[in-house]
Ligand binder design. Sequence first.
Ligand code: AHR
Length: 308
Amino acid sequence: VSLAACAPPENLAADGSKIVVGFSQVGAESGWRTANTVSIHDAALDAGIKLRFSDAQGKQANQITAIRSFIKQRVDVIAFSPVVETGWDEVLTEARQAGIPVILTDRAIRTTSKDLYTTFIGSDFVKEGTLVGEWLVDYYASRPGTVRVVELRGTTGSAPATDRAAGFRAAIKGEPRFQIVASRTGDFTRPKGEAVMRAILKTDRDIDVVFAHNDDMGLGAAKALEAAGLQPGRDVRIVSIDAVRDGMKALAEGRFTFIAECSPLLGPQLMDLVNKIANGQPVPPRIVTQETTFTQEQAKAALPDRKY
Ligand code: AHR
């Protein structure tokens, strides 16, 4: 009998049973999140992996409950996209004690020991913020004067909000004419992005740029600007992160000015990792998602083929 014949068939656990993965999702706060959830469901189906999916509705407590329930159910692998960065040590120690490997997807955590999870697949959020900042510095190089920036931040304490803010600040650091005149959280949602922007516009209409940590908040801000009689793309430039369909449409139409991509299509790579880990194969500790950036012209060209 050859060694290959002894190897477990693809996408089954080492004991020959169907692989079960428990996945705890952040919620449904944005177009990005919806596309991410669809990608995970589709990929599990394609890979023949049984998915137990739990929506935390934006609450860390719900994620901790879901992870404990996955441990009780003795799933083969636990994967989750953490709402916030801190507060995971206890529940992940429980998973480790139960011998269940954990994969972080999309967002990082801060933990006292790195061996509480096997691998982390997701974007480089610092780079995304940096790309937006660098593009703005370049864009304004031929436009003199102060650049007044409003920042709409993602969920407080989440890795993308912290890292995008840091990357953006690093990129504009050497340019004192860039002034962040307001920085408030819109929790990655369209309604909150709109509400925060409306509130800011009550006291300050002298805004050059809105840097939204995701497309949805940028779209909410666009609505608020329009309601205040300001034209996004002409009076105020909206730059954001994600490149979901609605954001790309706004960019192609000239309402947005620039987007750094954050890919939600993590499903296939995640299921590949689940399969390998369930079969005791080695995986790299960090997998960084491949991404690009879009100007208005590039959005027009990319939009017809955009999948999400
Ligand atoms: O963690 C990824 C971020 O979360 C996306 O940029 C945002 O749209 C989502 O809500």
